[in-house]
Design a protein around this ligand. Structure first.
Ligand code: C2E
Ligand code: MG
Ligand code: MG
Ligand code: MG
Length: 279
């Protein structure tokens, strides 16, 4: 079992097969402390506008700087945070921190967009709208440059609620992206009813672009669909020049992935933006 491997504790928390055992409780305690002690931090991954070749935005990605385990991936602790309700204060911190940093970035790059991931648990919580309003007010960020990323599996099972919620975001001029698009089997007949701004093609389709013809057709179809629905399309997980070229050829709007940049610390991001813009 993962537990026996001892050293590889990361894998233990990453696994969905394990129930809640004492290790989870240790992590849960740690997670409480992480919030109190400021052990969470945000990385920012640039998004490239394929038409203008400019960096148009960044996605905030949370990490946990654990005193013993080092940098812990969100994939490893978000499920537990969701299970324990800690996701709420954690996401509030993420949203506020991302907005604060966006405000800072706007001094030099006034059109830059900030994308923030929203967990299903947080989405279904009634206070989220108030929280968003409070944070926007507190940080004085222009809501047009904030984009919230939700997955199909968050939105689709709660369609009537979701549509109403999205309308509230629209009224505030906040942008909405559907993350990991293509993996949730959303009903396409439903999609046009959702007032969204962006589709993010899941990285699994991008990864196999050159090896399987099926993936290329799916990517083309999503780009085409974005065009007809009049929403932007972002390809995530772009790792190679070949993938980049294909997406550019297909007139995909934006690309995000290691080929452009890995997620960066705030200072690294500022450096990256400076260098990119002088090229
Ligand atoms: P996501 O929102 O789909 O984020 C994209 C993930 O792909 C990120 O993983 C990013 O580091 C990774 N990635 C970026 N470029 C590449 C690439 O070229 N190749 C590959 N293979 N991967 C790439 P990360 O940061 O580990 O985040 C994983 C997931 O955790 C995110 O998926 C998102 O669902 C969730 N997450 C991250 N931050 C937050 C947060 O602040 N709140 C919530 N609720 N969820 C978050
Ligand atoms: Mg995302
Ligand atoms: Mg994604
Ligand atoms: Mg994801």
């Amino acid at each position: 079992s993962a537990k026996k491997k001892g050293k590889n504790r990361f894998e233990l928390y990453n696994s969905h097969e394990h129930g809640r055992d004492e290790q989870d409780l240790v992590l849960e305690n740690d997670l409480h402390k992480a919030l109190e002690c400021g052990e969470l931090l945000l990385y920012y991954q640039p998004q490239l506008d394929l038409r203008t070749n400019q960096i148009s935005g960044v996605e905030a990605l949370v990490r946990w700087k654990h005193p013993e385990r080092g940098l812990v991936s969100p994939v490893a602790f978000i499920p537990l945070a969701e299970e324990t309700g800690l996701i709420i204060p954690m996401s509030e911190w993420v949203l506020e921190e991302a907005c604060r940093q966006l405000k800072q970035l706007h001094l030099a790059y006034p059109k830059l967009k900030m994308s923030v991931n929203i967990s299903a648990v947080h989405f279904l919580q009634n206070e989220l709208v108030e929280t968003i309003d409070r944070i926007l007010q507190k940080t004085a960020v222009d809501p047009r440059y904030l984009e919230l990323e939700l997955t199909e599996s968050t939105l689709m099972p709660n369609a009537p609620f979701a549509i109403e919620w999205l309308v509230q975001m629209k009224q505030r001029q906040i942008k909405i992206a559907i993350d990991d698009f293509g993996t949730g089997f959303s009903s396409l007949s439903y999609l046009h009813r959702f007032p969204i701004d962006t589709l993010k093609i899941d990285k699994s389709f991008i990864r196999h672009l050159s090896s399987y013809r099926g993936e290329a057709s799916i990517v083309k179809a999503i780009i085409e669909m974005g065009r007809s629905l009049n929403v932007s399309v972002v390809a995530e997980g772009v790792e190679t020049e070949k993938q980049y070229k294909f997406l550019k050829e297909q007139r995909c709007d934006y690309a995000q992935g290691y080929y452009i940049s890995k997620p960066l610390l705030f200072d690294e991001l500022q450096q990256f933006l400076r260098e990119w813009n002088t090229e």
